[in-house]
Design a protein around this ligand. Structure first.
Ligand code: ADP
Ligand code: MG
Length: 240
């Protein structure tokens, strides 16, 4: 499980996380919504130790992420992260791209990495694209490749940062379907998204961020059906 305790994070004089408290349980799907600049991406990058924090602590399965003694490379193997865009290596096939991390980070033999890559690419519906070069994929297929790449490390947690935001509207659905599939399989996920319908349907809880504060957190029926925070009410009125 992921335990976030009074986490503060600043960039220079700008405080972007102002004391976040949040626990994400095993098997839970948490969606994070909120306006641009509210600290959503920063939270994800702090969770997997890409960014240091200024106060508080983040504990993943008993390991404090920002403790000096923590082996971040090892910790990151259990936390997959997928961003808005991932630039695959253009001269490697889709399968070779997905094999890279298991080969380099885990030192996995080539045949085993190839098998895992093939399995995860089938999992996200790209079983017929193994030998294709990434440049030939649509945006939605590229995002699914990025998800397969993260899954190839057998993570216990997946963090998704607006993975559909750069896509043409007609390609959003196939990527959300992949996230739905992972959720139905019991993956523990934190999804930053603008897709309110997705948040409503898939999340166990939804967290609303506003100016570095988690202003509200509740199951989707409550958060969308009976929003209490005035900023959340405004946000929802503007997005519906
Ligand atoms: P969100 O994902 O909710 O849009 P972010 O977490 O990306 O918000 O950013 C929160 C605030 O932190 C914004 O004001 C942004 O400009 C600032 N910020 C994010 N990353 C950096 C950085 N590496 N250096 C300086 N400021 C940053
Ligand atoms: Mg962001």
């Amino acid at each position: 499980m992921i335990e976030i305790e009074n986490v503060r994070k600043s960039f220079g004089t700008l405080e972007v996380l102002k004391g976040i408290d949040l626990t994400v349980n095993k098997g839970e799907v948490l969606t994070v919504i909120g306006g641009s600049g509210s600290g959503k991406s920063t939270l994800l990058t702090c969770i997997n130790g890409l960014e240091p924090i200024n106060a508080g602590k983040i504990v993943v399965d008993g390991t404090e992420v920002h403790a000096k003694s923590t082996d971040l490379n090892r910790l990151r193997q259990k936390i997959g992260i997928v961003f808005q865009q991932w630039n695959a290596f253009p001269h490697l096939t889709v399968q070779e791209n997905v094999m890279l991390a298991p080969r380099k980070v885990k030192g996995m033999p080539k045949a085993q990495a190839a098998e895992i890559a093939s399995k995860q690419l089938k999992h996200v519906g790209l079983g017929d694209k193994l030998d294709v070069y990434p440049g030939r994929l649509s945006g939605g297929q590229q995002q699914r490749m990025a998800i397969a790449r993260a899954l190839a490390m057998s993570p216990d947690y997946m963090l998704f940062d607006e993975v559909t935001s750069a896509l043409d509207p007609q390609l959003v659905g196939e990527v959300l379907d992949t996230l739905r599939l992972l959720a139905s399989e019991g993956m523990t996920m934190i999804c930053v998204t603008h897709e309110m319908k997705f948040a409503r349907e898939v999340s166990d809880r939804v967290a609303f961020f506003h100016q570095g504060v988690m202003a509200e957190i509740a199951p989707p029926a409550d958060l969308f059906g009976n929003p209490k925070d005035p900023e959340l009410q405004k946000f929802l009125a503007a997005t519906h």
